[in-house]
Write a new protein. Structure first.
Length: 270
């Protein structure tokens, strides 16, 4: 049985990446030590078998793996995925958005739920992709978690997400494909160059920016670039040592008023 030939996107990808950087053929050829004629032939697909050194040079210059340059049609990717690639997060295998995430497993080969204590927060930024660092974190087995997915526990600080109490432990699920996140989803965000985690309502925009909002209106929302984000973990549950406050009488009265207004409105429309 004849296998279907694998489509190769190398030529089109090189031209796309060059134009994305607003470089002329002469400029890129000079950077790579090629003649402009050879680069033009590669971009036109007239060079059927570029030398291995050529693949390596293009891969090193654009910081994108040879596998991706060959197999993935980069011009079809969204802006967020392209920015992730350009930031060094080349994880597009067979077109899937997979990130390199270090995990640890128990004796039965089941994923552990690691806890990132406060004293390990700064180290997590540098060691989140280091299997030895992840293996050194405290591990827990939590009931009723979905069978699929990777979960981790992060301590929260500050009051930006009230009514979630300060010093709660946030159980969150790893998000590989950020474009799958619905608007205003609570997430733990791991940002480059910061010593703490961010727990915010998260909206990923198509232009490569991510809007972060607090539930506490005393904190203004702000936007970060996708390139500045290392990991996103979607909120699943939280645990707290604080006992919830009883509902105030005023809150009860306001709820009753809203319910009455809704009933009156429904009758007016009927």
């Amino acid at each position: 049985m004849n296998q279907k030939a694998q489509k190769i996107f190398f030529a089109g990808n090189i031209k796309f990446l060059r134009e994305r950087r607003k470089m002329s053929q002469e400029a890129l050829a000079a950077k790579l030590g090629l003649t402009r004629a050879k680069l033009a032939a590669i971009e036109a697909g007239n060079t059927k078998s570029p030398q291995p050194a050529d693949y390596l040079n293009f891969s090193e210059f654009f910081k994108i793996s040879i596998d991706t340059l060959l197999k993935i049609e980069l011009s079809k990717l969204g802006e967020i995925k392209l920015r992730e690639l350009e930031a060094g997060n080349d994880v597009y295998i067979r077109g899937g958005n997979l990130r390199v995430l270090a995990i640890s497993v128990d004796r039965s080969n089941n994923e552990n739920v690691e806890y990132v204590p406060v004293k390990a927060k700064a180290g997590y930024m540098a060691g989140c992709n280091d299997p030895e660092f992840i293996a050194s974190l405290p591990k827990f087995s939590l009931p009723n978690l979905p069978a699929q997915g990777t979960f981790r526990i992060f301590p929260s600080t500050g009051d930006s997400m009230l009514p979630v109490p300060e010093n709660s432990d946030i159980i969150a699920q790893y998000v590989a494909d950020w474009t799958s996140i619905k608007a205003d989803t609570p997430c733990i965000i791991i940002l480059k160059g910061q010593q703490d985690f961010v727990f915010k309502m998260t909206t990923v925009h198509a232009d490569g920016t991510i809007l972060l909002k607090s539930l506490n209106t005393a904190y203004a929302p702000y936007t970060v670039e996708a390139n500045d984000v290392m990991e996103i973990w979607q909120f699943y549950a939280y645990t707290s040592r604080e006992f919830p406050e009883a509902r105030s009488e005023m809150a009860t009265v306001l709820t009753a008023i809203r319910n009455l207004e809704e009933k009156i409105g429904q009758r007016s429309n009927s």
